[in-house]
Design a protein around this ligand. Structure first.
Ligand code: ZN
Length: 472
């Protein structure tokens, strides 16, 4: 069994109701609910792929015949073209909206929708009497009523689960058009079919100070011993080389491979989209701006989003920055009913601080994973990941508990001077350089918090989660 791994994703911890920062944010938010929501206008945004991106057009799925030398016959593969409009690549506004909303939810401690990935019942009903929703703090349950909405539902819109109540969105995302002069380079790549989320990866989706998980047990203080790990986020692969991924044709697994069109990374693949806002507050604009840019508004900035297909493999890292902000105001002096004003982005203190965990994962060149291979844990090279997961589970004396050898380490939560540094990319860079050189001088076992942690032989050491990881 391989000792170390950097899993493609980790989790941003869920906000705790008794956390001082969370309490302060929610208090301010509650006080500001009635604040003036008078800003109307649009943000013109640019998007630059930092690794190749794949936005498959599922409606135009085709077939591609390739000769399989092993089977000695032609084989059909599915083939997905890149989304296009007028024969130019484009990224649907709905995809961009989803990408931005997920960051906005993290920034504003908003409600959380538990999708199928969090459905554990199918894999181990005898262990989890509780549903994932039972493990989600009440304050993060999906909003139910129009007059008590979380910040994300207030801005992005809300539909009650019964569909009776709804609140329209006050922001609208356009599709992102390809705006570079050069013709887009769209090469095809053969990739393994990515498995649907592995609900069996309980040791990743759940967190416990113990190595055995049972959602129904409580700790010494009477609190649940198991909690949800949080919101799933993918690491960026800063040294991504898609050619190393090329799927093996002519293998037994032919039917598990698909072809995709991809768009090259770099400034030559620039996209542009707009975010229209109507009747939002200054606070909401700041939060939206930060969700778009991570507070670092430059083309070569380090804080990136992930979009499209193949995120765990390394595809889809994109840098978004705001080119300009135009507001539309009613002006009594001029005869025109509205004047369009351009907001000076440099002077406006627009950015709000990022949670340290998000800062680690959103950093394209995060020192947390740099120089390491990011891949699902496997027993051997090219082995199947599910084999690792089944080997990772140990029989336990208690039939209602499983024990796990390895878990994901927690992302570090250190507070930093983040508000100021994000307004000055150079300063952020200097800070990072400084931090890097400090990191290098530390003993090795304090650095690799991204690496999967191996169970200690001595159980008493299990308290040291996230620190003592250098000795395997
Ligand atoms: Zn909500």
């Amino acid at each position: 069994m391989s000792d170390t791994f950097v899993n493609p994703y980790n989790f941003i911890s869920l906000p705790k109701d008794d956390d001082e920062d969370v309490k302060k944010f929610r208090k301010e938010y509650a006080e500001g609910v009635s604040e003036k929501k008078s800003l109307t206008g649009k943000l013109v945004c640019h998007l630059i792929p930092r690794t190749e991106i794949i936005i498959p057009d599922h409606e135009k799925k085709g077939k591609r015949k390739e000769y399989d030398t092993k089977k000695k016959k032609e084989v059909d593969y599915d083939e997905y073209p890149f989304m296009t409009i007028s024969e130019q690549p484009m990224i649907p506004g709905s995809s961009i909206r989803g990408m931005i909303r997920s960051i906005y939810e993290i920034l504003t401690y908003s409600c959380m929708f538990l999708n199928d990935e969090y459905n554990f019942s199918s894999c181990s009903s005898n262990v989890y009497m509780k549903s994932p929703l039972d493990l989600l703090p009440e304050s993060l349950h999906k909003c139910k009523e129009k007059n008590s909405l979380c910040p994300a539902c207030t801005l992005f819109g809300f539909v009650a689960s019964e569909g009776k109540e709804a609140l329209g969105s006050r922001i609208r995302f356009t599709d992102a058009d390809y705006i570079s002069k050069e013709a887009p380079e769209m090469k095809t790549i053969l990739l393994p079919i990515l498995s649907s989320p592995r609900t069996s990866a309980l040791e990743f989706y759940l967190r416990s100070e113990r190595y055995s998980y049972n959602a129904d047990t409580v700790d010494e203080k009477g609190k649940p011993a198991v909690e949800l790990s949080g919101r799933k986020v993918y690491w960026h692969h800063s040294e991504f080389n898609p050619d190393e991924l090329k799927g093996e044709q002519n293998s037994e697994l032919t039917s598990y491979m698909q072809y995709f069109k991809r768009v090259k990374e770099g400034e030559e693949s620039k996209f542009e989209f707009e975010v229209y806002f109507d009747g939002i507050s200054e606070r909401e604009l700041k939060q939206l701006y930060t969700a778009l840019t991570f507070g670092e508004n430059c083309a070569n900035g380090s804080f990136c989003h992930k979009i499209g297909h193949g995120k765990p493999l390394g595809f889809g890292s994109v840098k978004v920055f705001v080119d300009k902000i135009l507001t539309r105001e009613f002006d009594i002096k001029s005869k025109k009913p509205y004047v369009i004003k351009e907001m000076n982005i440099d002077e406006e203190p627009l950015a709000i601080s990022l949670p340290p965990e998000l800062e680690k994962v959103a950093d394209f060149k995060s020192e947390a994973v740099q120089g390491q291979k990011i891949d699902y844990p496997r027993l051997k090279k090219d082995g199947e990941s599910y084999e690792w997961f089944s080997k990772n589970r140990l029989p336990s004396s208690n039939k209602y508990e499983y024990e796990y050898k390895s878990k994901l380490p927690k992302l570090p939560k250190k507070s930093e001077d983040s508000v100021a540094q994000f307004r000055d990319p150079d300063r952020a860079k200097r800070n990072r350089e400084q931090e890097n050189s400090n990191e290098k001088n530390k003993p090795n076992n304090q650095r690799d918090f991204s690496i999967g942690e191996q169970k200690k032989k001595n159980k008493d050491n299990s308290k040291n989660i996230g620190t003592n990881m250098g000795d395997f």
